[in-house]
Design a binder for this molecule. Structure first.
Ligand code: Z5A
Length: 236
């Protein structure tokens, strides 16, 4: 089914902030919802924001996305899959993310290189060191300033996404529950390795509670970068 979301979106603002924030999590964790809420909060603060996602974010990326998610390619090898995700990533880095950061936008990205470590690394048991080398090539070494991980029981997440029905699941969603549980454990391991970059949030909490936790941490990052003053901490 065609995805109606645009490749990427710019929300203009008077404050320029070169920051790169990524959202990670199992399916249905609430990433898109929370990106929407956070971008609205940032907009109120006058910060210019660019929203994008993976796989996708560009025309080339979306063409690769349709290959990756098409259920008819059940025979796709883990290496082919890894390289396709990274090909889409290289394109969105060059075409969207780096130019936006250079122009002083705050970039919110729905999934990034950590997804490959979790899904193609921990999920399939592929060599993480090799995946990191490939990922660095695709991103030219770009690292997020903050990664927000929305943690949820995979059954709850998958159930949320399709209202309990498996009829429209894409190729990645159709993988076994055990696979998705390995992915979740992988995410938790990645977050534990770099606690200063990752914020782990219990995504089973109500939307607004999750949003407030994200907002609080983003304000800390903005303060740390000397980007915001008192007017921002009192907005909303
Ligand atoms: N993948 C990979 O394997 N390797 C890679 O390198 C990359 C990706 C980059 C992309 O699928 C697939 O590719 C994904 C990982 C893999 N697959 N799997 N499996 P996608 O882009 O189609 O989907 P997604 O990234 O997994 O996102 P999502 O499923 O669309 O979910 P979400 O954005 O996290 O959730 P949402 O749309 O915001 O919320 C889902 C529903 O839950 C919705 O009805 C909300 O209203 C509801 N919701 C959200 N938050 C709450 C709370 N707190 N309470 C109750 N209900 C809530």
């Amino acid at each position: 089914m065609p995805d109606p979301r645009p490749n990427h979106m710019t929300i203009p603002g008077e404050s320029n902030v070169s920051l790169f924030i990524t959202f990670e999590g199992p399916e249905g964790a609430g990433k898109s919802t929370q990106i929407r809420l956070l971008s609205a909060a940032l907009q109120q603060m006058g910060i210019s924001v660019v929203i994008t996602r993976e796989p996708g974010g560009t025309e080339i990326g979306n063409t690769i996305r349709s290959l990756l998610l098409d259920s008819k390619y059940s025979e796709m090898s883990p290496r082919a899959e890894t390289l396709l995700f990274n090909a889409a990533r290289a394109q969105v880095v060059d075409e969207v993310i780096r130019p936006a950061l250079e122009a002083g936008h705050l970039v919110l990205c729905d999934r990034f290189a950590d997804s490959t470590l979790a899904y193609q690394g921990y999920g399939y048991g592929q060599d993480l060191a090799m995946l990191r080398v490939i990922g660095d090539y695709a991103t030219t070494g770009l690292q997020p300033d903050l990664t927000i991980y929305l943690d949820i029981d995979v059954r709850v997440g998958l159930g949320r996404k399709r209202g309990g029905s498996a009829e429209e699941w894409n190729r990645m969603e159709e993988k076994t529950l055990v696979y998705h549980q390995e992915v979740r454990q992988g995410y938790l391991a990645l977050a534990a390795e770099e606690p200063q970059r990752w914020l782990v949030i219990d995504a089973s909490l109500p939307l607004e509670v999750v949003h407030q936790a994200i907002r609080a941490r983003v304000l800390v990052v903005l303060h740390r970068h000397s980007i915001i003053g008192n007017r921002l901490s009192t907005s909303r």
